[in-house]
Structure formats: C-alpha cells, structure tokens
Design a protein. Structure first.
Length: 186
C-alpha cells in the first residue's frame, strides 16, 4: 500500500491475547545519535505526509533528538543485525497505530506462566534465542528481552504468543506521551 509517496506495510503484533494492527512506514527509519546523522534526513513535507504530521507529534521526536531518514543498505544492515551505526546511534523502524507515531525497538516484554521455575524459564528463553535485559519484579516470570539473532520483534511477539507456557510476549515501542496524559496519571 502507498500513502502519498511512502510505502506502507500493514503489520501485526500481539499484546496480551489481542492482535494489534500497525502500519510500518517502509521508506523511513528513525535514528537517534549524540552526534547527529550523516544520512539524508527526511521531512514530513518531503514524504507528503502532512496529514500524518497533523495527527501525530512528529516534532516531539525531532525535539528529542530523533532524525528521520530514507533507508540505505548500511542502515538496513544495522537494523537487522542490531549493530550501532557509525554515528554511535541506533536505528528504529517507524510505525503508525491509530494516528500515533511509534518507533520500534529491539526489545519485548515477555511473561511466562507463574508455575514455571527459574530453570524452565531460562531454558525457554535460551531455546527462543532471547537474552534477558532485565527481570521485572512486579509480576512473576516477567522479563524484558531482546533477540540474539535480530529477529523482528513484531513477528517474534506473534510467534511466542502461541506457546503454551507464555502468558504474553509484547514488543516495546517508543512513543510520545502528551503532558495532559502525564498529568492525568499523577
């Protein structure tokens, strides 16, 4: 599918028991680097995405140091392998969900059944090619993980969610939270 001049791929991931649809902007990647990027930056106007800019806070990401670029072979390699780019930055896929801009990460939150013991959980993580980033303490058998093989987290969430010993496996996204939403949480 095309959205103005941008290729858009309809994708899905699992969140709990729900299948969530997102649109991936295939012609755009996001980079965050302390030294900026030497890649050709992309503006909303260049993409013909003015209507998206009106619906999502694209500028909030730019103010936070994110640069949106057209993918190059080097950037795709960095994204798929999980290696940093020469500017010491990271590369992220760009998604839209319900009019909101999301940046994909290489991480998932995964929860195993409560009755599994630590050895069983570690064996399942290892068998799935996942490394533990950290164990979260507010629920049993809850972990932040990343794939050793650089497998796409959306696809991985769908695959892992079908396992009997997994309660859920959800990809993590970066997204802008409005100050209104933050004040309502207090």
């Amino acid at each position: 599918m095309k959205m103005n001049s941008v290729d858009v791929m309809n994708r899905a991931y699992c969140a709990g028991n729900a299948r969530i649809e997102v649109d991936e902007l295939a012609d755009v990647l996001a980079i965050r680097s302390s030294r900026g990027s030497s890649e050709k930056t992309v503006t909303v106007a260049m993409l013909g995405l003015d209507e998206i800019a009106a619906r999502v806070d694209w500028k909030a990401f730019e103010k936070a140091g994110w640069v949106f670029v057209s993918p190059t072979a080097e950037l795709w390699q960095a994204l798929n392998s999980g290696t940093p780019i020469p500017e010491d930055g990271t590369v992220h896929r760009v998604y839209l969900r319900a009019g909101r801009l999301l940046l994909g990460t290489d991480r998932l939150t995964i929860r195993f059944l409560d009755e599994l013991v630590d050895d069983e959980v570690r064996e399942a993580l290892d068998g799935a090619g996942l490394d533990v980033v950290r164990q979260m303490k507010f629920a049993p058998n809850l972990f932040e993980v990343k794939s050793r093989e650089g497998v796409d987290p959306l696809d991985l969430s769908v695959r892992l969610s079908s396992h009997d010993n997994i309660v859920y496996a959800e990809p993590q996204f970066l997204e802008q939270i409005s100050s209104r939403a933050v004040s309502q949480m207090r």
